[in-house]
Design a protein around this ligand. Sequence first.
Ligand code: GAR
Length: 192
Amino acid sequence: MSSKRLTVFASGSGSNFKVLHQAALNGEIPASITALVSDKPDCGAVTYARSHGITIYLLTSMEMTASASRLKEILKHEAPDLIILAGYLRKIPDHIVDIYPDRIINIHPSLLPKYGGKGWYGHHVHRAVIENNENESGCTVHYVNKVFDEGPIIAQERVTVNDDDTPESLAKKIQKKEHSLYPKVVRMLLSE
Ligand code: GAR
């Protein structure tokens, strides 16, 4: 088993988290996912982590943002080579970004810089893409810096938006792209 360590932050259904975990188990990603950080005790990601024996840290928003935060202690203890946001919607506190420069990455369901920033996530993005008659959308993996969704872009995947697409069908197409892109990017970053 690889000695590289990954901490994943997730608060959604956890599909990207599952894909990353499976990729780590089958060797596609040369690392172990040692912990999940979440602020949603009932989310799919937490349920998955629980059933796979992955350490779970549940944090409140206070614990996420206070300057001498528990998050800092957790990350010090976990010593991750990479921190991966996979459906985590809160802003990472600046003091955490300072400690882990270029070691926190996020996936976002649009072609950033379009449809990024506070409040842009999930169906909000897909609905706006369709309302604006965009003919393409996609997903972006980027480094996390102190400005929401504005860190340097690492990789993108594009999808065509068809006339009959709905926010739901677009979400599905993009999710499929995310599931192939994210493990690939993590693998690349760990081999640098
Ligand atoms: C993903 O589509 C990801 O791009 C998005 O949350 C979803 C999580 O899905 N993240 C953001 O919108 C971040 N701003 P999952 O829980 O099935 O992995």
